[in-house]
Design a protein around this ligand. Structure first.
Ligand SMILES: [Zn+2]
Ligand SMILES: [Zn+2]
Length: 326
């Protein structure tokens, strides 16, 4: 009798899970249609008066690899961008254990950076590896650490409705010049299984005598679409692409690479293949880039090596503690 009840409970459980899975697949397919329609229908207005910055420095504060044992690596992103006289924090890392001080603050201290000097925050998209962890997700905000960090002096450009205790928030769904020589591409939607529609923005910085440097978070938008959006927005050549492009095709350094199933913009059994990496590589090659650097937080080592192989001396490693100077 007990055995039969056990089987019945198991049966109900399996049925419930199968149903939930089927609903999640259905939801994903309808979100995918919505995201495609949004992409096809939106025609961005050209930004003609972007201006330039004299120089650009990108210091990875959080990413998978570090250049020293004194720094903490995380499967997340935060880059300190010095563009002319602007100091921009692009994403705020993962802080998986909700520590204070967070890996981001600890790395900042090690690298001589101070939150007081930051005047702008840009959040690429509202995923926990970019907004400071689960606690941030629950509060629909971004958090630099486990305890509050005062950002009264900061203007934050976020991709969707979010709040912050002290920073001044502006949603930049549409492309916008945010300072001289600096713009957001506006958001591009991507349907993500179990996570709804994710709008993601990239940052475009026009460096004098070089061209546009694109700084990307997770790259859920797809490399091809980021390039297309940028070409539609500006009459300036693209000089560099730095950041996450989300090509986890192999487990590589991990026994089990979750990124292969989550965040791919596909159903879990439809993996990202090497052919898609080749398509992205070809698109970037066509764009005639001078600098390319791919984040290891959401791409496997095979992908990084493929980019290294193709772009050779134009490739830069994106490593915490190693400044990229344009
Ligand atoms: Zn990410
Ligand atoms: Zn993401």
């Amino acid at each position: 009798m007990i055995k039969m009840i056990g089987y019945a409970v198991l049966g109900v459980l399996v049925l419930g899970l199968s149903l939930a899975f089927a609903v999640s697949v259905q939801k994903f397919i309808s979100n995918q249609k919505l995201a495609e329609t949004a992409w096809n229908e939106y025609k961005p207005q050209k930004i003609e008066d972007l201006g330039t910055v004299k120089d650009l420095k990108i210091m990875p504060l959080i990413d998978y690899y570090t250049n020293s044992d004194n720094l903490t690596g995380e499967p997340g992103v935060s880059y300190l961008i010095t563009a002319g006289d602007k100091k921009i924090l692009f994403d705020v890392g993962y802080n998986m254990k909700s520590e204070h001080p967070s890996p981001l603050l600890r790395n900042m201290e090690q690298l001589g950076a101070d939150t007081k000097d930051i005047d702008t925050v840009v959040i690429s998209h509202n995923h926990i590896d970019h907004t400071g962890g689960l606690k941030a997700k629950k509060q629909n905000t971004f958090l630099l650490s486990g305890e509050a960090v005062d950002l009264k002096h900061v203007q934050a450009f976020v991709p969707e409705e979010m709040s912050h205790a002290t920073a001044q928030i502006e949603v930049t769904q549409k492309p916008k010049k945010i300072a001289e020589g600096i713009a957001t591409t506006g958001t591009i939607d991507r349907a993500i299984w179990m996570m709804g529609i994710t709008p993601e923005q990239a940052l475009a910085v026009n460096v004098e005598g070089r061209g546009l440097v694109l700084i990307v978070g997770c790259g859920h938008q797809k490399a091809e679409r980021i390039i297309k959006r940028t070409k539609d927005l500006f009459s300036i050549p693209i000089y560099a692409v730095i950041g996450g492009l989300h090509y986890p095709v192999e487990n590589s350094r991990m026994k089990f690479n979750m990124q292969k199933f989550i965040g791919t913009g596909k159903l879990p059994w439809q993996r990202i293949g090497k052919d898609e990496v080749e398509e992205a590589v070809a698109e970037l090659e066509k764009t005639d880039l001078s600098v390319v650097g791919i984040s290891a937080h959401d791409s496997c080592d095979w992908t990084l090596n493929r980019f290294r192989e193709v772009f050779r001396d134009r490739y830069v490693d994106v490593v915490v503690g190693q400044e990229i100077s344009i």
